[in-house]
Design a protein around this ligand. Structure first.
Ligand SMILES: Cc1cc2nc3c(=O)[nH]c(=O)nc-3n(C[C@H](O)[C@H](O)[C@H](O)COP(=O)(O)OP(=O)(O)OC[C@H]3O[C@@H](n4cnc5c(N)ncnc54)[C@H](O)[C@@H]3O)c2cc1C
Ligand code: FES
Ligand code: FES
Length: 1333
């Protein structure tokens, strides 16, 4: 079959490809064929938005150009034939002019690592192209498909809010809006009163919507030419775009197995992640019937290819124009679409795709089924109409469609008088998430009565298909809409929706309970309507009213307070000023280069890993012939190819570069394919067959405890006499609590390039690593060369958070071996699922404790055993556990304490560093104990905290004096006062007394974080400062830039040290050949360590310049530098710094581990829905002591980002494994990190004033990790709310709530008449679908 020529435009330039590969996505095409690397790969499954681009399309029939955002990672490149694509490079550049959407996100400090930034920029840009002055809600909706892991979203929202109606003057005419120069809303005024400005919105370049690039005239003028049937073929795939219904029916008859693709949001994921290959794809985007929208007397008829965004628009119009009673189904669909994926998916995915995919958790199918929608099916044999009822889905992902048949129309009916229709959905995260359970519910009453004439209850997530609860429906017909109906509903639903305890998806009791909870909500909502119509007298009790009100999104209010620099500070001294991250502008335009953006090096090949699918097994054989026979494959690399040592590791060498005889976790590297490109390498890697002899795995902490499987790193810290302490206590209680792990979810997955230099064993490794020195060391060991032959370089990372501290070095070592073997440059960038499966997590913890305390809540004695799931190798687990032991006191003085840590050796991927490094786990246990004590003593939690809180000069349990210059006490009091805690707590209690099914909670939590690596050796670093004859300064230091603004801060430090403006100073990269033997950029110590080293080097230079300054005091920096050069004075200096007076010996409990403490306090108020487990954060206030901040914008960004990451840890981020140790939550589809909609509605951050810190550079303090734990205030707020719900149900015992507080945990902890009807199956009688660690 002959292929047509693909034609489309990118950023105004025509692309013509006569030989396109129809399997290629638009993203791969843009990045690898056109070198537009601004568009990023974050997940390849439509879940992160990093790949967002704008598509523009001309419709000849409407003579209209439309613009919409799409995920380039899911869009086949063939799908853009005849269309115009705009990428982030197409809208502005630092070299010409930044577009206002680029400028504002950067200036508002909304770009940290920058990997998410191009996608966010393009979402905002597309919104503005369609609507130059959107509302705040429209703006927030535009971001539903974008994720950011660094910023905490607040600065992005605040920067972009300046485009909205609510902010602007309202004049978006030809000259553009006045761009808010003076306009302020009441909310802005409130914010300004309490904020110190981090940027000046008045400096923003005005947005002029008339100045956007035009649609390529050729595409408009020759629209007919681009609307013809086209086909693009390769050996493996035919991609055909027919233009008439006859044509597609013929093709379907010819290729009955062909898939119809609209958005490709389902098929794309199947191909990428489920190993599916469909040889023929038909795209119906140009078939008029399938795109038809017809308004009829009975409803609306949609062609099957109509996109969800169009459906949303059409139904909203209908809702506005029709009487309310007619639009019940329409409203339910519109409400459901609000929580359905992000706009990038909704813009392209079609109603037909959703229906025919037949997913058991489809969001539309329960609604369409409950509404009894009619579907028109068509094939060459004719047309037939079917009703969407319980016969439509014939099995898991199957429908009654014949092979040659396609779905033509979907008829969505009006509702009638006396008919009520509602939809329900509960997912782990509210926005852009798939459902755990969803439902469509419809009831029709006998006219004017409350007697049920007809009822339809349809559920998703309760069976392999969407189902109708037919027995329940039958039983309810003829009954009155009265409370006694509820008595039977649980039993009825139980019979209809029988989930086995091992059913896929797990969460069995929760899912069952949700069905009843949804029905209860439906019951109350309908009752409210009947009462309003005076059909019934009884009204919904006032304490139940909030149950039926839909969730509203309020505009986010925020404030950021910091101490501005003193009036007399010289202008060139940048320390203390809110400088924009120095790469931010480049990050907004796509000019910032990340590892995988580096253009291919001549002869470069690509590597794909072959990894273990078993948790514990002997490798019996490996068969790679089929893989190596594939065209384009160069080699299959195994341990036999390692020229040096195959043993590797971090703290000890307990790992292998490539598994030789045995595998110890799923995801362990067994081999690697090296091939011409990524697609071939990945395809070949899948064809390598490994045979195993399975061994018994140890998966959970409990397994490890029972088998005493621990690493040889069991440490104890003890102080006082624990037994005596218990004897002196009024109460002694014991318990246990768990904290789950957390995926780093840096937006840029691990990537590296290894370049053999061809002589003397030299190799350059460029990677996305927090630890270039470890890259160098481990590669040298594996290659059997001295370390001086390996240069490891890092330009910037798209986020690290600890996840790229050590594990990345294992991958770059394999890469180095592969590059050595083939003698060519080799590159890899992991896919998100690989990265998640292979690279380890934050350690899950289990704590078993016993605590003694007095009636007044004063703690006397504690014994805590901590167990972490360390995974299959030691990595950093000993140090992580040590920090947990150091942190287990929280902020509290405990006279007698004994705490022991057991890093458990298991058969899961090696767990590793993650922001906080064991600290949050330790502190969480302590705060959990505080809630127990408060409950037992009947004293408020915050009072228990005050009673036990450290005072200046107290000794910690590791015998370090607690000195913060009274900061902890100041932060505590300031946070109490700023958050108005006492008054709001009374309000919360009042709210709870008035509401049964919605509850609120408030909690105030302190944190102290010891600063230093607890492994003493690492507390050192170096810097190299070089001054060139033009006066420009190049700095190299030991730290890596991963978004945290380290390079920006280092330049600020140098600006003060050298007394020159920041624009004369530059940092290019981190490299082992400029600064050797560096420590990883970790432990929050980057600025402290490197700042001192930079300053020391700068001081040396200044000293050398001193005589030239004295001889020419009025001269300039350049004059002095030139004079020094002419006088043959070295203008290059190194700085070396080690932290003085630290080091702690756990055996003797002497010395002190930390240089100083960073402290802070956070207060959060939350609301939970007791029926579904949903929650949202109403308000958070944070006060932190960061000394004299080097850069308040960056530091506040770190606080907000850490808080949101901690919020994820303690609430929605929920890792799940199969019982045999395979990670199930691999990617943004299954694993949810916080999104835009999760930001607290009020979010105030304040830096404590007047608190200089003598232990760190220019009196600053470390910030990266300490704020994360403050997010536990959300968790404990949720727990407070749950306690109220339990009290209403008459349950008053102490209860343990493990973290995270997922929707499932919240719902099931709120025990009530519904949960009690769905008891769990007897443990041991079934194999659960998933386990948590
Ligand atoms: C990030 C992300 C988030 C998502 N969120 C949600 C969500 O919140 N809720 C939800 O329900 N789903 C969600 N999905 C799933 C998916 O987006 C939807 O099911 C979507 O409606 C599929 O439409 P599509 O056009 O992209 O399907 P495609 O992938 O193009 O096609 C899907 C299937 O439908 C068949 N098909 C399409 N049209 C016809 C036709 N006319 N006749 C016969 N067969 C046809 C195809 O052959 C194919 O098998 C999400 C997907 C992604 C990637
Ligand atoms: S890379 Fe496309 S959405 Fe994540
Ligand atoms: S700045 Fe958003 S992911 Fe890093």
């Amino acid at each position: 079959m002959e292929s047509d020529t693909l034609v489309f435009f990118v950023n105004g330039t025509k692309v013509v490809d006569k030989n396109v590969d129809p399997e290629m996505t638009l993203l791969t095409y843009l990045r690898t064929k056109l070198n537009f690397t601004g568009t990023k790969l974050g997940c390849a499954e439509g879940g992160c938005g990093a790949c967002t681009v704008m598509i523009s399309k001309y419709s000849p029939s409407e003579n209209q150009i439309s613009h919409y955002s799409v995920n380039a990672c899911l869009s086949p490149v063939c799908a853009v034939h005849g269309l115009a694509v705009t990428t982030v490079e197409g809208i502005g550049s630092t070299k010409t002019r930044l577009h206002p959407v680029q400028e504002r996100i950067a200036k508002a400090h909304g770009s940290q690592c920058g990997f998410c930034t191009p996608g966010i920029v393009m979402s905002m840009y597309t919104l503005l192209r369609n609507n130059p002055q959107p509302s705040y809600d429209e703006m927030m909706a535009a971001f539903e498909g974008n994720l950011c892991r660094c910023t905490g979203y607040r600065p992005i929202i605040q920067g972009y809010k300046t485009f909205t109606k609510e902010y602007c003057c309202g004049d978006a005419g030809v000259n553009g809006c006045c761009q808010n120069q003076n306009a302020t809303t009441q909310q802005e005024e409130e914010e300004m009163l309490s904020s110190t400005k981090l940027y000046n919105a008045n400096e923003f370049v005005p947005f002029d919507p008339t100045q956007e690039p035009i649609f390529p005239p050729e595409l408009k003028n020759h629209a007919d030419q681009y609307s013809k049937t086209v086909q693009f073929c390769s050996d493996r795939l035919k991609w055909i775009r027919p233009v008439s219904i006859d044509e597609i029916l013929d093709l379907k008859a010819q290729y009955p197995d062909a898939k119809l693709i609209n958005g490709n949001t389902e098929v794309g994921v199947e191909v990428k992640f489920k190993n599916q290959h469909y040889p023929v794809l038909l795209t119906p985007s140009h078939i008029p019937e399938l795109k038809r929208v017809e308004i009829t007397d009975t409803g609306v008829v949609f062609g099957a290819s109509v996109s969800l965004s169009v459906i949303d628009k059409v139904l909203k119009n209908q809702i506005e124009s029709l009487p309310e009673y007619k639009t019940g189904v329409f409203s339910a669909i519109v409400e459901m679409l609000r929580w359905f994926a992000g706009p990038q998916v909704r813009n392209v995915s079609a109603i037909g795709g959703n229906i025919i995919t037949a997913s058991p958790i489809s969001d539309l199918n329960p609604l369409l089924m409950a509404a009894g929608c009619k579907l028109t099916l068509i094939s060459r044999s004719g047309t037939r109409n079917v009703v969407m009822n319980d016969t439509f889905f014939t099995g898991y992902r199957k429908t009654l469609l014949e092979k040659e048949e396609i779905l033509l129309f979907v008829h969505i009916p009006h509702t009638r008088q006396d008919e009520y229709f509602y939809g329900y959905k509960q997912s782990p995260r509210r926005e852009d998430d798939i459902a755990i359970v969803n439902a469509g519910m419809r009831v029709i009453f006998e006219p004017g009565t409350h007697i049920v004439r007809e009822i339809a209850l349809s559920f998703g997530g309760m069976a392999p298909t969407t189902v109708l609860a037919t027995k329940t429906m039958k039983a309810l017909v003829g009954r009155k809409w009265e409370e006694n109906m509820l008595d039977d509903i649980c039993e009825l639903l139980k019979k209809d929706l029988q989930l086995s305890p091992s059913a896929p998806g797990g969460m069995i009791e929760y899912r069952k309970t949700l069905t009843a909870s949804f029905f209860f909500k439906f019951y109350l909502t309908v009752m409210n309507k009947l009462h309003a119509k005076e059909v019934i007298e009884a009204s919904v009790p006032s304490s139940y009213k909030t149950t039926i009100s839909p969730l509203q999104r309020d505009n986010i209010k925020s404030s950021q307070l910091y101490q501005e620099v003193a009036d007399g500070q010289p202008a060139d001294d940048a320390v203390g000023r809110p400088l924009v991250h120095l790469s931010a502008f480049k990050q907004t335009t796509g000019e910032a280069i990340y590892c995988d953006d580096i253009p291919p090096i001549n002869g470069e090949l690509y590597l794909a890993f072959v990894t273990s699918t078993k948790a514990h097994a002997k490798i019996r054989s490996i068969k790679s012939d089929e893989a190596t026979c594939l065209d384009g494959v160069h080699a299959f690399i195994t341990y036999k190819d390692v020229p040096g040592s195959n043993s590797t590791g971090v703290a000890v060498y307990d790992e292998e570069v490539f598994a030789s005889e045995k595998v110890v976790c799923v995801g362990q590297i067994i081999g690697a394919i090296v091939a011409d490109d990524k697609a071939i390498a990945q395809r070949a890697a899948k064809q390598v067959i490994v045979h195993y002899d399975e061994l018994d795995p140890i998966i959970t902490i409990e397994d490890a405890i029972s088998k005493e499987s621990y690493f040889n790193a069991i440490h104890t810290i003890a102080r006082g006499n624990v037994q005596e302490g218990f004897e002196m206590s009024d109460h002694v209680i014991d318990g246990e609590v768990r904290l789950g792990g957390q995926e780093h979810f840096y937006l840029e997955a691990n990537a590296a390039i290894a370049i053999p230099k061809g002589e003397d064993g030299e190799m350059e490794i460029i990677s996305s690593s927090q630890n270039p020195t470890l890259n160098q060391k481990l590669a040298a060991k594996a290659l059997g060369v001295p370390q001086n032959r390996i240069v490891a370089k890092v330009k910037r990372l798209g986020g690290g958070f600890g996840g790229k501290e050590t594990r990345c070095c294992m991958y770059s070592t394999c890469l180095a071996v592969a590059a050595h073997r083939v003698g060519k440059p080799v590159r890899f960038m992991m896919d998100r699922d690989e990265d998640m499966c292979m690279s380890g997590f934050r350690h899950p913890f289990l704590a078993r404790y016993k605590v003694g305390f007095n009636n007044n809540g004063k703690i006397q004695s504690i014994e805590i055993d901590l167990y972490s799931n360390a995974g299959c190798s030691l990595d950093l687990s000993a140090s992580v556990m040590d920090r947990a032991l150091y942190s287990v006191d929280g902020c509290y003085m405990i006279p007698n304490i004994r705490t022991t840590g057991y890093p458990c050796k298991t058969n899961i991927a090696s767990n590793t560093a993650f922001r906080g490094f064991g600290g949050p786990q330790g502190m969480f246990v302590m705060e959990h104990i505080i809630t127990d004590i408060a409950y037992k003593c009947n004293i408020s939690q915050h009072r228990i905290r005050e009673i036990n809180m450290y005072k200046e000069g107290d000794l910690t349990h590791y015998n370090q004096t607690f000195i913060t210059n009274n900061s902890l006490d100041r932060c505590w009091k300031e946070c109490l006062q700023k958050s108005d805690y006492q008054r709001r707590k009374r309000q919360v209690d009042m709210y709870n007394s008035e509401n049964r099914w919605k509850k609120r909670g408030i909690s105030i939590i302190p944190t102290k974080y010891g600063i230093s690596f607890t492994f003493k050796t690492l507390n050192q670093t170096g810097a190299l400062v070089q001054v060139y004859t033009d006066g420009s300064v190049l700095i190299a230091h030991g730290g890596t830039e991963m978004g945290q603004g380290l390079h920006t801060k280092m330049i600020q430090v140098a600006s003060r040290a050298l007394n020159i403006p920041v624009n004369k100073i530059f940092i290019s990269e981190t490299s082992t050949n400029t600064v050797p033997n560096t420590s990883p950029t970790a432990a929050s110590s980057g600025s402290d360590l490197n700042g001192q080293a930079v300053k020391i080097a700068c001081d040396k230079i200044l000293q050398r310049l001193n005589s030239f300054v004295l001889s020419n005091p009025k001269g300039s920096w350049e004059d002095w530098v030139t004079a020094a050069y002419l006088d043959r004075v070295s203008l290059s200096a190194t700085g070396f710094y080690k932290v003085p007076d630290i080091g702690h010996d756990m055996n003797t409990n002497t010395g002190h581990p930390f240089s100083y403490f960073t402290v802070g306090v956070g207060c959060s108020e939350v609301e939970i829905d007791c029926l579904t487990g949903d929650h949202h954060v109403i308000r958070t206030d944070i006060v932190m002591d960061l000394g004299q901040s080097l850069n308040p914008a960056i530091d506040i960004g770190q606080i907000e980002g850490a808080f949101m990451q901690g919020y994820g840890l303690f609430t929605i981020e929920d890792l799940r494994w199969s019982p045999n140790g395979t990670l199930l939550t691999r990617g943004p589809g299954m694993y949810k990190i916080p999104s835009f909609g999760d930001v607290p509605t009020v979010f105030n951050v304040s830096l404590l004033a007047n608190c200089p810190n003598k232990h760190a550079i220019y009196s600053s303090k470390a910030v990266g990790e300490p704020p994360l734990f403050l997010a536990s205030s959300v968790f404990f707020g949720i727990k407070y709310a749950i306690m109220s719900a339990r009290a209403d149900a008459g349950i008053t015992n102490i209860f343990c709530m493990d973290s995270p507080a997922t929707a499932e945990h919240i719902r099931m902890a709120c025990q009530d008449q519904f949960t009690s009807k769905f008891p769990p199956a007897e443990p041991g009688t079934y194999v659960p679908w998933f386990i948590r660690m």
